[in-house]
Design a protein around this ligand. Sequence first.
Ligand code: P70
Length: 457
Amino acid sequence: MRFPAEPFKIKVVESIKMTTLEERVKFLEEAGNNLFSIPADTIFVDLLTDSGTSAMSDRQWAGMMTGDEAYAGSRSFYRFEETIKSITGFKHVIPTHQGRVAENLLFSLIANENTVIPSNSHFDTTRANIEFHKGTALDLVIDEAYQPELELPFKGNMDLKKLEAVITQYGKERIPVCMLTITNNSGGGQPVSMENIRSVSSLLKSVGIPLFLDACRFAENAYFIKTREKGYENKSIMEIANEMFSYADGCTMSAKKDGLVNIGGFLALNDTELSRRITNYLILIEGFPTYGGLAGRDLEAISIGIMEALDENYLAYRTNQVKYLADLLTGAGISVIRPAGGHAVYIDARKFYPNIKPEEFPGQALVVELYKQFGIRGVEVGSLMFGKKDEATGKEILPRLDLVRLAIPRRVYTTMHMNYVAEGLIELFTHRDSVRGLKIVYEAPVLRHFTARLERI
Ligand code: P70
């Protein structure tokens, strides 16, 4: 299939600086080879995250001017509420300033040391919010999700047998909610099929456990259902989204992804009593229920952006831009998670640098080279992010995979930028034997990847 051209014209531009190799070497030295400590305006193509990095449309910017900043009863809230209800059908809509606050609100009220919360794969902040309240977060994605190069249309699906076993083992009393992350970010941005959402929902209904969607990338998921699942090819994205949400009892949402905004989120649900308790807590930590930590103009931007994200031409361009980059890399012999996810390309760094041992951080070595040589920023999702030092032996306990994620911001970079990224990676791949691994010289006791300092071995 040909790559669909960008379905927009560019009205405002932001220039990006080109730095020299010498400058980037100096920045890396100062940052201890940690890309989280590099000044962002020294980066040419920034693929650290697709979260909060979207370009807003002219209509969204116009909407910002009409935002109603009333503390209570803002017109912008009523529009926001109506928009979210038209997509999700949930009775109560609670605005938050980003996704993890929706998670915090929900799990503060329902998680404790006895609770077990299954998901296909919990995102880090979801897991952290559950574990902060001493609950247990379980990942029950299908086994095929762990085979990076296996091509399957819905590698984000929940394994129903595993879910059944968990319900039998712990009992429904200990499971206040089950989650489904759509698309499955931790598993490579892979979608969940409608058939799977329906089956998970009906299994949960039969025992009385509510289902909540982590809906950050619901529009990309809906587009994959339309293009990959039988019976949905003639349905609109809105109809597909409506059906997806109809099987759930609520959702958490970071609008920084498929809301096409730079900040915002919400929690939406049907349970009136729970919604009341959450709203009371919202007033304590976030704000009054008709703004919840956002300005009226932010609510306007979400109302407009989330509808734009349902546009099929936009979604075709969006998902194909990610696929385009993945295909260029695959064509050059670079191993990436297949099929391409909805928002990011994930490179298998152990295969990219087979001469670098996993305990010497092949993913981080790749991220460092990519910035040093080409000014491109990706993020390591592997031994540095998830590995731990064994207290007793001093050895590294390693995760299953070392990946480098290239997350594509929405409507920000052109196809030429994708070519530039691919050419850079292919050149690094050609000279892969000359690169050595890294060792940690400073690490914090938790979440070490944000602040660690590393040196070349
Ligand atoms: C990302 C960002 C955020 C996220 C998510 C899912 C499925 C909830 C949230 C939290 C986080 C990130 C990672 C690395 C570098 C920068 C940022 N995902 N659920 O890029 O939402 O951030 O609004 O609190 O993916 O994947 P929020």
